[in-house]
Design a protein around this ligand. Structure first.
Ligand code: AHR
Length: 617
């Protein structure tokens, strides 16, 4: 029994309490939230970064001579590689996952930068096709004229849907054609601002109070290559100035998570997205110290000065008048009004407490001197406890920092046992920004543990001011980190159980805590051994820690398991097996990854089951 006393008011819960943390990890940007369909559109992938890459990754030749070159004919200093075609020649791009996903009835904008050395120009046939070459839309014909870089455009109207689309460029004639920045972009994007609709809508449905971006380890680490010493120069740690302006003039980067980023999703787009979902933007800038396994501090006064200046410029880019140096760039990109930036986080998961804090102090002093209304957020390292954590908290406390970023990824039982974590936090010290947390799996029980923990966050809403689950997005074919909140491929997306918990809390933020007390006997599960309904299903049943073992002793399945009514009726007709952690009607090695060739069908197995029954009959 819960007794609730609405008159006994506790902490106020801010509307910004729950937000999201977007990091470009698991291909969350290119091939994900950034709606561009072409992979490696500017031919910047490099074998030097990743042995599995070449400058033609994502592309396949259809004939002729093709070279990716970096020479004096390049488009600009930041976009150095281009594709040189000895004519006649052609190339095909196959996008991400199974290909370019297009929907019947929708329109897609093609663009490419090109130059031709032929006085009469070069004809280019552009096709949106299936893998066999059949048109999914009427083709686009362009004639490239002139030997200076020029943008060519066209639009495809898809007359068929496909998840395996290809973009074909077939150039005729003789001589040389140069190509760069080849793009296919859906016209139908979230609020028309270039983000993939289904993903952006799932994030918007959370009603986030803030958007923390762009990382994470992505922000303050150098190149991923063997965790070498960080190179804080441009093109390595996340430098916001690389990511704004016309896309063909933006840098690309080989990022910490092991893949190439186009920066098509850049700082302007992050601010715009935050505004579009009604959330406070919360950027994280590098502090010239790295955590994330690198643990190095850079001692270069000039570099530190530049990074501090870059941060001041970032604030001007977000908030400055349209006639200020950086505010003008924002206005030129289409947003003359300020974005209303109020918080900037300096650093992420710092392991070198004192080295970080001395640099943080310089950033903070410069920001507060110029922009006294901006809150500068500190952090407490990658752990939920320990000497580094304690030291960082001490430094933040002594310096009177307003908000300190905490991160932890732990087991469900840790989350259950630490519901009271913030009950004893100093009410007079810095407030907590829980910038990253998750219990380590995407099971139902993880989501329940997170929900239980979040009641502790809310109870302590006077101390915990901001909280975001992490990471937010994962492309199922390019995973560096799990669990994740929202999963996707090139055409579909789905929320995890943790997504549903976040949504429940985030769309029901209270105004303040009220006193509540619980009485009665807490539920206590009884272990059961035996059949759990393989022969006759209950209408609704849930078990914890189900283990299914085959007659020859192999563990076939270990998970939590629940059945909800109707979908499981009529079981008697089939042979139920386990695929990807779910009981399904699949009884052959061909369709069930847990079976090997030669196994009997599921109906021939003897199951022994040990489980804890949670509910149902
Ligand atoms: O969220 C994934 C990673 O976890 C982040 O990049 C980092 O901050 C943390 O270690």
């Amino acid at each position: 029994t819960l007794a609730i006393d609405p008159t006994a008011k506790g902490a106020t819960i801010d509307d910004t309490m729950y937000g999201v943390f977007f990091e470009d990890i698991n291909r969350a940007a290119d091939g994900g939230l950034h709606a561009e369909l072409v992979q490696n559109r500017s031919f910047e992938y490099s074998t030097a970064d990743n042995a599995a890459y070449t400058p033609l990754t994502g592309w396949a030749p259809t004939g002729g001579t093709l070279d990716v070159v970096d020479d004096g004919a390049r488009m600009n200093e930041r976009n150095r590689n281009y594709l040189r075609l000895g004519l006649p020649a052609g190339v095909i791009n196959s996008g991400y996952n199974s290909g370019l996903a297009v929907e019947k009835g929708k329109r897609y904008d093609f663009s490419a930068w090109a130059r031709s050395d032929q006085p009469a120009g070069t004809p280019v046939h552009v096709g949106l096709t299936d893998p066999a070459g059949k048109d999914l839309a009427p083709p686009v014909e362009v004639r490239v004229k002139g030997d200076g870089w020029t943008k060519y455009t066209g639009t495809f109207a898809a007359r068929e849907s496909s998840t395996t689309g290809r973009l074909l460029l077939d150039a005729g004639g003789t001589g040389t054609l140069r190509l760069d920045m080849v793009s296919l972009f859906p016209q139908d994007t979230f609020k028309g601002h270039g983000l993939r609709k289904d993903l952006a809508e799932k994030i918007a449905a959370l009603d986030p109070g803030f958007v923390r971006f762009p990382g994470g380890c992505l922000v303050n680490t150098g190149s991923h290559r063997g965790y070498e010493a960080p190179d804080f120069e441009r093109r390595r740690s996340f430098q916001w100035k690389d990511t704004i302006g016309p896309v063909e003039q933006r840098a690309t980067n080989w990022n910490f998570w092991g893949y190439n980023q186009s920066y098509g999703l850049g700082y302007y787009e992050y601010f715009q997205f935050s505004e579009d979902v009604g959330a406070m933007p919360l950027p994280v800038v590098p502090a010239l110290v790295t955590g994330c396994g690198q643990n190095r501090a850079t001692d270069d006064p000039e570099l530190l000065r530049r990074h501090i200046q870059d941060t001041l410029d970032l604030i001007e880019f977000a908030n400055g008048p349209a006639d200020s140096t950086w505010g003008r760039k924002r206005a030129e990109m289409g947003h003359p009004e300020p974005f209303g930036l109020t918080h900037v986080a300096v650093g992420n998961e710092e392991n070198l407490a004192d080295e970080f804090f001395s640099r943080f102090t310089r950033f903070r002093a410069a920001i507060e001197a110029r922009y006294p209304d901006i809150t500068v957020v500190g952090n407490s390292g990658p752990d939920d406890t320990g000497a580094n954590f304690d030291r960082l908290w001490q430094l933040n406390r002594d310096a009177g920092v307003d908000l300190v970023d905490e991160h932890y990824y732990n087991s469900p039982s840790w989350f259950l046992e630490n519901n009271d974590r913030y009950d004893s936090y100093d009410r007079n010290g810095p407030k907590v920004f829980l910038g990253e947390y998750a219990s380590q799996d995407n099971r139902y029980s993880n989501a329940l543990a997170e929900a239980a923990f979040m009641t502790g966050l809310e109870r302590n809403a006077d101390v915990v001011k901001l909280a975001s689950y992490a990471p937010l997005l994962s492309n199922e074919d390019y995973v560096q980190w799990r669990p994740d909140m929202i999963w996707f491929n090139n055409h579909a997306s789905w929320g995890s159980t943790s997504y549903e918990v976040q949504k429940l809390f985030m769309t029901n933020v209270g105004d303040h805590v009220v006193k509540s007390t619980a009485s009665g006997t807490p539920w206590s599960p009884e272990p059961i051994t035996g059949a759990i309904g393989l022969s006759s299903w209950a209408t609704s049943v849930a078990y914890d820690d189900v283990k299914v073992t085959s007659a020859d002793g192999r563990e076939l399945f270990a998970d939590d398991f629940s059945v909800d009514g109707g979908s499981w009726t009529g079981n008697g007709a089939g042979n139920w097996g386990v695929v990807d952690g779910r009981f399904v009607q699949s009884d052959t090695a061909a369709t069930n990854p847990l079976m090997t060739a030669g196994d009997p069908t599921w109906s021939d197995f003897t199951f022994s089951v040990k489980a804890t029954k949670l509910s149902g009959s």
